[in-house]
Design a binder for this molecule. Structure first.
Ligand SMILES: *Cc1c(COP(=O)(O)O)cnc(C)c1O
Length: 458
């Protein structure tokens, strides 16, 4: 018998979580205006809102924090992180930032100007935000298979080379500061990008004299998918694969709150000394001096160790194994889920789950609210509310996919918690015929509305 995956760690400290009643939750969700971001975390039993900054740190990370160097300039903790970034990614120059969007803010301040075009594979919302904020345009060149929740393509996060070449040909290279490839592709459902695809994008970028930047939040999970799905990589180590991925890029932005398993942190990696120098000025302005950039010494210590722990094969096997465990349970219960399962989350297809709710009444948000009421399970809507209104016409945008994302924090929940989550979803699935009313918006912000939106039942 093949031995199943098991976590390569055991639990040393626990945090209590609280079960509530159906009546309590019905009241609380109404008080929260049916927006799950407005709930207090104590009102949630299993929190699958996000895997960002919610991971559990190891004893090694915590103990390294105790011996951190908090000097303003030249802290040893900075040098330890710098060496780790070089060792893991290969980038010689690096700037610490307080999180991923701060890395975007600093790098894009140097590279992106009004009228520019930044092609990529389903840009992450903050990435897109930082591009559009500078009056530039993000062009999505993801392969079409990404829109089909039933397609079993092994690398659904890939860039479509024809779409990309088209953008590069139609625009002068001076208007394209870089191509950005996000690994794994969060917006497309945590789907990986193949090494072959990264290599091809890099070749094309060189041909057109355009930089390639990797948005790297889940680079280690991407490497695991390359190892297990792509020909020629089964015998390579995760760290070898990671080094090869980054070798094709000119730079990287990183949200360390994901694959570096810290609660806060980020950085930028570069090869080009000139670009590093230009970005340094913005880092000092927005983040902090070059040797801390918005992080304390202890944050940098935890991050340096987290980069090694997050690229450990046994860890990645249990992490991605747990996501698949939940996904397979839901499949067994006939619940419509996005396949193949992503690296960090399971996505429920709300249009198939609640076909009776019209899109104008936000089926994914309706489902997310029901999952909370049923069992205190918090996921997040990835659908029309998150897609926002069209900036020009102000009409609601209805994306191809309307989903509830269940993102699993790293090293936090047991498989038994996954059994519980699946049972909650199954109960709602069994009573789905009785869910006939969605929501209408009573208050919304002009941009990034999903965080603060207020809703009412139709
Ligand atoms: C989380 C994330 C970001 C932004 O990082 P923050 O740390 O949340 O600011 C950017 N890109 C991707 C792909 C992400 O997952």
């Amino acid at each position: 018998m093949n031995l199943p995956y098991a976590e390569p760690f055991k639990i040393k400290m626990v945090e209590n979580i609280y079960k509530s009643t159906f009546e309590h939750r019905t009241k609380w969700i109404k008080e929260a205006s049916f927006n799950l971001f407005n709930l207090r975390s104590e009102q949630v039993f299993i929190d699958l809102l996000t895997d960002s900054g919610t991971g559990a740190m190891s004893d090694r990370q915590w103990s390294a924090m105790m011996s951190a160097d908090e000097s303003y300039a030249g802290a040893s903790s900075y040098y330890r992180l710098k060496e780790t970034v070089k060792d893991i990614t290969g980038f010689c120059y690096f700037l610490p930032t307080h999180q991923g969007r701060a890395a975007e803010n600093v790098l894009f301040s140097v590279l992106v100007k009004e009228g520019d075009i930044v092609p990529g594979n389903s840009h992450f919302d903050t990435t897109k935000g930082h591009i559009e904020f500078r009056k530039a345009t993000a062009v999505d060149c993801t392969i079409d298979e990404a829109k089909d929740t039933a397609s079993l393509h092994p690398f659904k996060g890939n860039v479509d080379m024809t779409k990309l070449e088209d953008v590069l040909q139609k625009n002068p290279s001076g208007k394209i500061p870089f191509i950005i490839v996000t690994v794994t592709n969060n917006t497309a459902g945590g789907q990986p990008v193949s090494m072959e695809n990264i290599r091809e994008v890099s070749k094309l970028a060189q041909k057109f004299g355009v930089r390639l930047i990797i948005d790297s939040a889940r680079f280690a999970e991407n490497a695991w998918f390359i190892k297990t799905r792509e020909k020629g990589y089964a015998d390579k180590s995760i760290r070898e694969i990671v080094r090869e991925m980054f070798s094709y890029a000119d730079g990287m932005t990183m949200s360390a709150k994901k694959d570096a398993i810290v609660n806060m942190g980020g950085f930028i990696g570069f090869n080009d000394e000139e670009l590093f120098r230009e970005a340094s000025t913005f880092n000092i302005m927005f983040e902090g001096f070059l040797t801390y950039g918005g992080l304390s010494g202890r944050d940098m210590e935890a991050l340096a160790r987290g980069l090694y722990e997050g690229t450990d094969l046994g860890y990645l096997e249990s992490r991605i194994g747990q996501v698949a465990y939940l996904g397979n349970l839901l499949k067994k219960y006939d619940i419509p889920v996005l396949e193949p399962f992503g690296g960090h989350a399971v996505f429920i297809d709300a249009l198939k789950f609640l076909p009776g709710i019209i899109r104008e009444e936000f089926p994914a948000q309706t489902l997310a609210a029901e999952l909370y009421i049923e069992g205190g399970l918090r996921g997040v809507e990835i659908g029309a509310l998150m897609a926002d209104r069209d900036p020009v016409t102000r009409q609601n945008r209805y994306p191809d996919l309307e989903m509830v994302r269940l993102a699993i924090p790293r090293r936090v929940y047991t498989d038994n918690h996954m059994n519980y989550a699946a049972a909650v979803i199954r109960n709602v699935f069994e009573r789905r015929e009785n869910i006939t009313r969605g929501f209408k918006i009573i208050r919304e912000a002009p941009i990034m509305r999903h965080f603060t939106i207020e809703l009412e039942r139709c």
